[in-house]
Design a protein around this ligand. Structure first.
Ligand code: NAP
Ligand code: MG
Length: 402
């Protein structure tokens, strides 16, 4: 078979630990034999981020903007222990945070459904995609531990010096304070990314906040979504036969539990952080999730939702066998290759991505899987494979299906 040609490079962001090992195996076993792969390579492994004072992360984000499609391996976000482990010059920021800030995007996560791994919520028949606003709120907060009695105020000073001042609380003893913000521009981007993704995937869009309590902050999110929807998207949604609706976050949670799935649930930053872990765990595992960051001007960055699987990596370093699930990382590659194929009009590339995903699902459904899935599957005849055997089994299935 002749290798599939590409016209535009993918931005390849390599990463750390066990996922870096899987990354290489996936490329060698599942992609390079079939695709004449064109990538612009950025090494986001912690050692090289440290060597370049994290410039490589910034450069990779700019490259993503230039080419439009990136695929990213999981990376270490340094903490105190990593400072010594990697002898770091600085506690570099999370690459995901840096890339999200550069692309101003929304993160969409959806479970990969296979027979034999049933969701805990038995009425969930189709995937639920979670759209998480990736900017602001508690993630960019300012906090004060109030030492004792006193008055706390919220003050805004305009560029022209005009002031808006509100009393938050008059403390009679010690307490705590927190200031958070968001910008209309970021909320507008969030809304547009969600509407575009709903149209792209032909799914209804739900959005929920706590606007009854937060009458200005959360209400602003609700209003911006509605204004943009009415002005720019209503007709297109009607034509596509899909729906946008807003409800209170409590109501959304109750409805989600009773729903069949097959929709996008847009959440503010914190709600999205918490709810995506809940939804993904209920669907099976973080290693069975797709994750893509979509920017308002149409840049796509595909990644796995889980981390670098450090515990497995240390076993691997000791020469012990690992059984690490590579599905989310494979889907990061297929997502990126399919999008590249769509944008460049290379049908074979998109078809290759479809076939590789099909092979992955079929391999698991035939009972061949990694340990994490073997622990939760309802299938009877199961063969537990190690990290490498699992990827090789997918290649065999891939070769078998026409
Ligand atoms: P993790 O890498 O997601 O792993 C936590 C545990 O979940 C693992 O020990 C393993 O459980 C299980 N697990 C996760 N992915 C798995 C897979 N593909 N196959 C099988 N089991 C899997 O989270 P972490 O250990 O808390 O974080 C490790 C590093 O990842 C940290 O340095 C963190 O900064 C980074 N991180 C990066 C990203 C990202 O780049 N997107 C996201 C999160 C965390 P068992 O050990 O029980 O088998
Ligand atoms: Mg989380």
């Amino acid at each position: 078979m002749e290798k599939i040609k590409m016209t535009t490079p993918l931005v390849e962001m390599d990463g750390d630990e066990m996922t870096r090992i899987l990354w290489k195996m996936i490329k060698e076993e599942l992609i390079l034999p079939y695709v004449d792969l064109k990538t612009e390579y950025y090494d986001l492994g912690l050692a090289y981020r440290n060597e370049t004072d994290d410039q490589v992360t910034m450069d990779s984000a700019q490259a993503a903007k230039k080419y439009g499609v990136a695929v990213k391996c999981a990376t270490i976000t340094p903490n105190a222990a990593r400072m010594t482990e990697y002898n770091l010059k600085e506690m570099w920021k999370s690459p995901n945070g840096t890339i999200r800030a550069a692309l101003d995007g929304t993160v969409f996560r959806a479970p990969i459904i296979v027979k034999g791994i049933e969701p805990c919520v038995k009425n969930w028949e189709k995937p639920i995609t979670l759209a998480r606003h990736a900017y602001g709120d508690v993630y960019k907060n300012t906090e004060i531990k109030v030492p004792g009695a006193g008055k706390a105020e919220l003050v805004f000073t305009g560029e022209d010096g005009t002031e808006i001042r509100e009393t938050i609380h008059t403390f009679s003893g010690p307490g705590i304070l927190q200031g958070i913000h968001n910008t209309d521009r970021s909320i507008e981007s969030f809304a547009k990314s969600c509407f575009n993704y709903a149209l792209d995937t032909k799914q209804d869009l739900w959005f929920a906040t706590k606007d009854t309590i937060s009458k200005k902050y959360d209400h602003n999110f609700k209003d911006i979504f509605q204004e943009i929807f009415d002005a720019e998207y209503k007709e297109r949604f009607d034509q596509a036969g899909i729906e946008y609706f807003y409800t209170l976050i409590d109501d959304a949670v109750a409805r989600v539990m009773k729903a069949k799935g097959g929709f996008i649930w847009a959440c503010k930053n914190y709600d999205g952080d918490v709810m995506s872990d809940m939804v993904s765990s209920a669907f099976g595992s973080l290693a069975m999730m797709t994750s893509v960051l979509v920017s308002p001007d149409g840049v796509y960055e595909y990644e796995a939702a889980h981390g670098t699987v450090q515990r497995h990596y240390y076993k691997h370093l000791k020469g012990e066998e690992t059984s690490t699930n590579s599905v989310a990382t494979i889907y990061a590659w297929t997502g990126a290759l399919r999008k590249r194929g769509e944008l460049d009009g290379i049908e074979e590339l998109a078809a290759f991505a479809d076939r590789l995903e099909k092979a992955t699902v079929q391999t698991i459904e035939s009972g061949k899987m990694t340990k994490d899935l073997a622990l939760i599957t309802s299938l009877k005849d199961v063969t537990v494979l190690n990290s490498e055997e699992f990827i090789k089994a997918i290649r065999e299935t891939f070769e078998d299906i026409a």
